[in-house]
Design a protein around this ligand. Structure first.
Ligand SMILES: Nc1ncnc2c1ncn2[C@@H]1O[C@H](COP(=O)(O)OP(=O)(O)OP(=O)(O)O)[C@@H](O)[C@H]1O
Length: 237
């Protein structure tokens, strides 16, 4: 089943064509990667699908709901943005409590499950601002799960993290597989390879390639995903 259908979606910011008529589908339960060099249109696409900005033309459906039904879509999705969205002066425990109240989901058992999955027990009493970047990202993604979303957007989930923190987050993200549909953007090709069932490569607002990592590599006869990506986006003359 398609959880997201995008049909000829266009977005102009004044004279800039951020999306030039993009069409593709995202399937239920998959981890889907959005890949592209800076300015490709990845964030714009996520913003349109989550109601943060309006499309210029075209259509998109989230679990069958058109973008005009954003009130319903907002109950289906959650976003963990590039910048961590936690309250810095609240402890981890208070952050979790705050977002539970905000979403009106007071489910102790589910919260304990999240705390356990993200190993947040050891930092529950620490204030947001005292946490390392890795722990902040971890908490941020944990908060994204509180509303029990069917679709979770992760925008650059491991940006700036060291290799250990990154691997730990990969394990957490992998463990969510099948429980919800996850759409993640990343500039780390090895992250996309490790986590994603399928990938869309965008460049300058256009969809250049879509498929599994293996299919994409085969399509341009390259053994390495990095070489394939560079060939597809036309980088390095
Ligand atoms: N609010 C805005 N006003 C004007 N132009 C914008 C705005 N937001 C994005 N753009 C432009 O739209 C294009 C696509 O930007 P977008 O942020 O979607 O790309 P991206 O693929 O997410 O890039 P990055 O990898 O750097 O995050 C770029 O040319 C960008 O400069």
């Amino acid at each position: 089943m398609n959880v997201i259908e995008i049909k000829n979606l266009k977005k102009n910011y004044k004279t800039i064509e951020a999306l030039k008529g993009v069409s593709f589908e995202i399937y239920e339960g998959e981890i889907f990667g959005l890949l592209g060099v800076n300015g490709a249109g990845k964030t714009t696409l996520i913003k349109i699908l989550s109601g943060l900005t309006k499309k210029t033309s075209g259509e998109a459906y989230v679990m069958g709901h058109s973008l005009e039904e954003m009130d319903i879509i907002k109950d289906i999705i959650d976003i963990s943005p590039q910048e961590t969205a936690i309250a810095q002066n609240l402890t981890v425990e208070e952050n979790l409590d705050f977002f539970q109240r905000l979403y009106g989901v007071m489910d102790k058992e589910y919260l304990d499950e999240i705390i356990h999955k993200f190993s947040l027990n050891e930092v529950l009493k620490r204030k947001g601002k005292t946490l390392s970047g890795g722990w902040q990202r971890r908490l941020s993604i944990a908060i994204g799960l509180i509303s029990k979303p069917k679709i979770l957007f992760l925008d650059e989930p491991t940006l700036g993290l060291d290799v250990i923190a990154r691997r730990e987050l990969w394990n957490i993200i992998s463990s969510l597989k099948g429980k919800m549909t996850i759409i993640l953007t990343s500039h780390y090709l090895e992250e996309i390879e490790a986590l994603c069932d399928r990938v869309a490569i965008l460049s300058k607002g256009e969809l250049l390639s879509i498929g599994t990592v293996d299919e994409i590599k085969e399509s341009v006869h390259e053994d390495s995903f990095e070489e394939a990506f560079i060939k597809i986006v036309g980088g390095i003359e």
